[in-house]
Design a protein around this ligand. Structure first.
Ligand code: 3PG
Ligand code: MG
Length: 412
């Protein structure tokens, strides 16, 4: 699996008008709407540095329509200004006359942040690139640019106009972050160092089960350690009775339980389930063996025996991938399982990759991000790749590279 896309090295960027798609979608404080984590904004720096002599317009989204954090990109632009050396301006328009005029007026070494691309209803359509290339968004903006650069790995699983439409009509390259993210995943997908262990948890089960199925079927993982709701679904598949609160909170997971059951039967001994949990009883943490779960409150963390077992397996591994916390790590009394996983990864002599906002954010809080081989800016996009799915934005970059190579005289 080698991605045949073009990169910034393939182009002369001096004084070129570049449309840069970033994913600087950030968690916002629900009461003040202030950015809580600027990790994705800082991660744009290498590409912005590489574009220091270009005229750059940035396109990104923040959340999606209908959500409380669906805001303008103004404060993202301010945060970008603190991150990079170029002068950054913001315009509260995406593709209207004001935005287009501001793009035309860009001078070398300047950055213009356009407003939230999802303010355009067309961006929420999901379709093939050739169709989305005909949207007003692409038709109005593309003629103003020489090059389209995609550095939005975290949104690469969305077949939307800003990701698959522009590369149909403009020369297109992957940005530095995109390259870094893809090369880390490539190392997981092509002959990972063994033993290779995945640690999967979190609340969303439906996006983890396909990953487990794929990495076991394609022999990319030797062991999968499960925590959070993922563990609860696998326990149900093994006929372990959960506490009444947990059963209620999980909702209808019939499909996932059936899939988990199939996985357990087909890949015996490969999925490692928790032995115990930190549970909530009379407002206190009580560590409870799995067989006693039905008689206790919610299971909100993996327990100490499980931590010991997970630590051991992580320490013996040469590749470790983690996505999704082991429990409600936001609460001090239930954070030890998630911390143990991250700390063992940090000290393991292995290639270690952490993905998903929660785990990546907590690694930052613990101050151990630098001790991990790769902390992804993505959640869903990384899981899609690990589940063996094609990412439409990457496919679009590869197709654009083929087109570019066929051109008799390259514009660049
Ligand atoms: C994310 O944070 O999940 C990405 O920015 C993609 O956003 P989406 O899930 O709303 O498409
Ligand atoms: Mg998402």
């Amino acid at each position: 699996m080698e991605f045949q896309y073009l990169t910034l090295e393939d182009f002369d960027l001096r004084d070129r008008a570049v449309l840069l798609r970033l994913d600087i979608n950030a968690p916002l404080d629900p009461s003040s709407n202030q950015i809580l984590d600027d990790g994705r904004i800082k991660a744009a720096r290498p590409t912005l540095d590489a574009l220091a002599d270009a005229r750059v317009a940035i396109l990104s989204h923040q959340s999606r329509p209908g959500r409380g954090d669906f805001t303008s990109m103004r404060q993202h632009a301010e945060a970008l200004q603190r991150t990079c050396t170029q002068r950054v301006t913001f315009i509260d328009d995406v593709m209207g006359p004001a935005a287009r005029q501001a793009v035309k007026e860009l001078t070398r070494g300047e950055i213009l942040v356009l407003d939230n691309v999802r303010f355009c209803a067309e961006e929420m359509l999901e379709d093939k690139g050739e169709k989305l290339a005909k949207t007003n968004l692409v038709a109005r903006l593309a003629p103003l640019f020489d090059l389209y650069v995609n550095d939005a790995f975290a949104t690469a699983h969305r077949p939307q106009a800003s990701l698959v439409g522009f590369p149909e009509v403009l020369p297109a390259a992957a940005g530095r972050l995109m390259e870094k993210e893809l090369s880390a995943i490539e190392r997981l997908m092509v002959d990972p160092a063994r033993p290779c262990t995945y640690v999967l948890g979190g609340a969303k089960v439906e996006d983890k089960v396909p990953v487990i199925e794929n990495i076991l079927a394609t022999r990319k993982a030797d062991h999968v350690l499960v925590g959070g709701n993922v563990a609860k679904v696998f326990l149900q598949a093994r006929d372990t009775k959960l506490g009444p609160q947990d059963e209620e909170n999980l909702g209808d997971v019939t499909d996932e339980v059936l899939k988990a059951n199939r996985i357990l039967l087909k890949y015996r001994g490969r999925v490692i389930l928790p032995l115990d949990f930190g549970t909530l009883k009379n407002d206190k943490r009580v560590d409870t063996e799995v067989k006693n779960l039905s008689r206790t409150g919610s299971a909100l963390d993996i327990g100490p025996k499980t931590v010991r077992k997970f630590r051991e397996l992580i320490n013996e591994s040469k590749t470790v991938v983690a996505s999704g916390p082991m429990g409600v790590f936001e609460e001090d009394r239930f954070e030890s399982g998630t911390r143990a996983v991250l700390e063992s990864m940090a000290s393991a002599n292995a290639f270690t990759v952490v993905g998903g906002g929660h785990m990546a954010g907590y690694a930052g809080i613990l101050g151990i991000s630098d001790q991990l081989s790769h902390v992804s800016t993505a959640g869903g996009a990384m899981l899609s790749m690990l589940a063996g799915e094609e990412l439409p934005a990457i496919t679009a970059l590869v197709a654009a590279a083929k087109r570019q190579k066929r051109k008799p005289s390259r514009e660049f």
